[in-house]
Design a binder for this molecule. Structure first.
Ligand code: CTP
Ligand SMILES: C[C@](O)(CO)[C@H](O)COP(=O)(O)O
Length: 236
């Protein structure tokens, strides 16, 4: 069943990172938040969406934590091998989508395993705004603080015009064929791509930004998880 105005899509969840900045005893996607792992919350953002065609999760080799999740045997979820960098994990997931019968023109939404607080309204907004877009795009938030460029001595060189600076979030939504080609070529050319939009930009296209909620944050450092724990406690 599809929602009339929203396009159907595949979700890709790169979940093969080690979470070094979190300094925890396990990869951060397996840390608990309000009674479930971060990864389960993230998957739940997508699993009940009426336009979802399937999910590919990229996992580290011999990941010992995944089999213990309640969703591990969900038939809508497929597994790909993680890679050395996030971009490699995403590329492997795109190849898996090809094996699953996805076509070049299918929409793919790539979303970090470490962003468990994606609002359904943001997901629907992204799908609605980009459904007819020729390139695709991503959720993003405008810079909110004064920004400084610093020198190697740690001293301020200049204050940057923040009106043109946005922070890239996920999901990032592109056509499978275009994203696959852009990512594969960027990796072969040794271009650093920290998100899907960077690869599309490198291929000469201009992704569209859709303003999302700032609380769709990536759990990167311990204080991010503490913040989300407070947010989720307030909801129960
Ligand atoms: N080789 C990698 C590296 C990262 N990721 C995933 O990409 C997302 C965003 O990456 P980041 O926050 O940098 O996660 P980590 O690499 O795990 O963190 P850190 O850089 O602190 O080690 C995470 O969901 C992470 O699991 C991945 O699938 N494969
Ligand atoms: C893709 C991303 O979430 C966009 O903000 C981010 O770049 C991934 O994490 P990293 O810290 O850059 O590896």
């Amino acid at each position: 069943m599809n929602t009339p105005d929203l396009p159907s899509f595949w979700a890709v969840i790169p979940a093969a990172g080690i979470g070094s900045r979190m300094r925890a005893d396990k990869p951060k996607q397996y840390l608990q938040l309000a009674g479930k792992s971060i990864l389960e919350h993230t998957l739940n953002c997508f699993l009940d969406h009426p336009c979802l065609r399937g999910v590919v999760v990229s996992l580290a080799e011999d990941d010992p934590f995944w089999p213990n999740l309640s969703c591990a045997r969900d038939p809508r979820i497929h597994i790909a091998n993680g890679g050395a960098e996030r971009a490699d994990s995403v590329l492997n997931a795109l190849l898996r989508l090809g094996e699953l019968g996805a076509s070049e023109q299918d929409w793919v939404l790539v979303h970090d395993a470490a962003r468990p607080n994606l609002a359904q309204s943001d997901l629907d907004l992204l799908l609605a705004e980009l459904a007819d877009d020729a390139v695709g795009g991503l959720l993003a938030v405008p810079a909110r603080d004064t920004l400084k460029r610093i020198g190697s001595d740690g001293r301020v060189r200049e204050t940057i015009d923040r009106s043109v600076i946005w922070q890239a979030y996920t999901p990032q939504m592109f056509r499978l064929g275009a994203l696959h080609r852009a990512l594969a070529e960027a990796l072969v050319s040794d271009v650093a791509v920290t998100d899907e939009a960077s690869a599309i930009e490198w291929a000469g296209q201009s992704p569209r930004l859709v303003e999302g909620r700032a609380d769709n944050l990536k759990v990167t450092r311990p204080e991010d998880l503490h913040y989300l724990e407070r947010v989720w406690r307030g909801r129960s």
